[in-house]
Design a protein around this ligand. Structure first.
Ligand code: PEP
Ligand code: MG
Length: 590
């Protein structure tokens, strides 16, 4: 039994599948028949030619969209894809060891990684990331999808009835996206915190997940039966018969409860005394928008646009963005969407914006800071959002605003974009509102000044918490500090809500705590009426609110604000939640 961090609630019993970061499968695959060698080499050569052609196009497009120096990165990739030593190594492995092209590529990559790891120099470490990018590009031409997705699909077909549980060192946000709608029933990783973006993606698909499980990739073999308890943060490898039966029962109960809850999708979201609440969805792609409709969200409170960039072959231009945003709006509940501008950096990087080895990436060159440094890119995104704004009730959200100067600058850029579109005769949504993500403590402290210059705010509690407590949200070692149920976070939130009430500014909370029952009880009691969360949590939160009165929740919030430690808050709220509904408690993380 291993203990980790509960990052997505739920229980699943399934078959482990250990995955490699780039390639999916960790075991080398041999060709069935030596006769296949020349065919496999030809297939590899074709994938190389396709990758090179694709990279040529990327160089041209990135140079046009961003500039020559950004395109240089892909010129570097072209050199790697045409590197005859690398290509010869792969061909030799296919020939001498009769490996599949994908496995040969994987071995070559491992060889390079071992060499690069011995070099203590940032420059070379970054070049390794480029080699990995190119090799994974060739890999996706071999498998016609991301190699990780390919491996997962292949494995789940082979595992028959049992659900598949991915076990990995870590899963990057872009890879988590590539898993799409594959039948993955659980995720266990060695690294990553509760609000890391890979965790958020697991949650958005309602997949039980546990992170921070040190040593799991050594202890588990593909094919092992295992239990993932995403509520308690437990992972059990090769459970005995009794334990398996007990967890299978819990798994059934968990899914039955979720199935029952979703029947509330057409009921209004309100407390038992009729106070209306807006339950919105956080989405990253079209599938999430559709999921939001299915569970009865009344709109999208946060659309993270960076996932379009993370999964795009090159940099999406204005027209591509416009078309994509338009489709998202059309597929979203009530065509209501808050579109957030790029929040790249931190744990989400794309090669064309440079890959920097920063000591503190979450506090470094990310988000709006990065957009300011690429004004042409930023301007095109603002234009695309304004244009898409004609197709629904659309607003634009700016992440990581830290100072008033930054807000002035974005407001100026939006005005300029409007003027330009008008002058060019391009239609756009005249009533697109703009909002600030309050997720840096500096913005929360100066909230009165911010509120004077924005239409609305949305609180990004994931970042706000990590910055308030100075604990990296992606680092499992300090996860105990990234705790929403804490005096500091509730006091800051209370202060922000009060400022919004005074000015009548609409406020949403869109961090992960918006989907966590004990936090929601308190936030509702503090007067918050707009919550945005992973679609999977909406039925639970709706049921929770229906079983509490406003006065009760106000009492809880009042009491929470008096408590001095996280432990006191947690035990107080756990007891209140249990009184209100013991069944809903199952759907919260420990
Ligand atoms: C947040 O920080 O709470 C948030 C909603 O944004 P993200 O998780 O994408 O950083
Ligand atoms: Mg954030």
């Amino acid at each position: 039994m291993h203990k980790g961090i509960a990052i997505s609630p739920g229980i699943v019993v399934g078959v482990a599948y250990r995955v490699d970061l780039v390639f999916g499968s960790t075991e080398p695959q041999k060709l069935d028949d030596p006769e296949q060698v020349p065919v496999e080499i030809a297939r590899f050569d074709r994938a190389v030619v396709q990758s090179a052609a694709e990279l040529e196009a990327v160089v041209t497009k990135v140079a046009q969209q961003l500039g020559k120096s950004e395109a240089d990165i892909f010129k570097g990739h072209l050199q790697i894809v045409n590197d005859q030593t690398l290509l010869a190594k792969v061909r030799t492995l296919i020939q001498t060891q009769q490996l599949t092209a994908l496995s040969a590529l994987q071995l070559v990559l491992q060889g390079y990684a071992a060499t690069f790891a011995r070099i203590e120099h940032d420059y070379f470490r970054e070049r390794m990331a480029d080699v990995r990018d190119v090799i994974s590009r060739i890999g996706s031409h071999l498998t016609l999808q991301s190699p990780l997705a390919h491996a997962a699909e292949h494995h789940s077909a082979a595992s028959g009835e049992e659900p598949v549980i991915l076990v990995a060192q870590e899963i990057l946000p872009s890879q988590a996206m590539s898993l799409g709608n594959l039948p993955i029933a659980g995720i266990v990783t060695e690294t990553g915190g509760g609000t890391s973006h890979a965790a958020i993606l697991a949650r958005s698909r309602g997949i039980p997940a546990v992170s921070g499980v040190v040593g799991i990739t050594d202890d588990v073999r593909s094919g092992d039966l295992m239990v993932v308890d995403g509520r308690e943060g437990l992972v059990i490898i090769r459970p005995d018969r009794e334990m398996t039966a007990a967890y299978r029962k819990l798994q059934r109960e968990f899914f039955d409860l979720k199935d029952r809850l979703v029947l509330n999708r057409d009921q209004p979201a309100e407390s038992s005394d009729g106070a209306h609440v807006e339950l919105l969805a956080n989405i990253n792609n079209l599938a999430d928008a559709q999921a939001a409709c299915k569970v009865g969200a009344t709109g999208v409170g946060l659309f993270r646009t960076e996932y379009l960039f993370l999964t795009h072959q090159d940099v999406p231009d204005e027209e591509e963005q416009y078309q994509y945003y338009r489709q998202i709006i059309e597929d979203s509940p009530n065509r209501t969407v808050a579109i957030r501008t790029l929040d790249l950096g931190g744990d989400k990087t794309v090669p064309y914006l440079g890959r920097r080895n920063e000591a503190n990436p979450f506090m470094g060159w990310r988000s709006i800071r990065l957009s300011f440094e690429h004004p042409r890119l930023f301007e095109r995104q603002i234009r695309a959002i304004l244009r898409a704004g004609r197709h629904g009730k659309v607003s634009m959200l700016f992440p990581m605003i830290t100072t008033l100067e930054e807000l002035h600058q974005v407001n100026k850029m939006v005005e300029e974009a409007r003027r330009n579109l008008r002058r060019e005769g391009i239609p756009f949504g005249e009533d697109v509102k703009t909002g600030v993500m309050v997720e840096v403590p500096a913005a929360a402290v100066c909230i009165d000044a911010i509120l004077r210059e924005t239409d609305f705010i949305s609180i990004g509690s994931n970042d706000l918490i990590q910055f308030l407590v100075a604990a990296d949200r992606d680092n499992a070692k300090v996860a105990h500090l990234c705790e929403p149920l804490s005096p500091a976070i509730f006091r800051v939130l209370h202060m922000v809500f009060q400022a919004c009430q005074q000015t009548g500014t609409p406020v949403t909370l869109c961090g992960e705590m918006a989907g966590q029952p004990r936090s929601v009880l308190t936030l509702f009691g503090m007067g918050l009426r707009r919550f945005s969360m992973s679609p999977a949590f909406i039925p639970t939160i709706k049921a929770l609110l229906a079983s509490v009165t406003t006065a009760q929740a106000e009492r809880f919030a009042h009491q929470v604000l008096q408590l001095k430690t996280s432990e006191e808050i947690r035990s107080y709220l756990t007891a209140r939640l249990r009184e209100i509904s013991s069944t809903l408690e199952v759907l919260d993380s420990a």
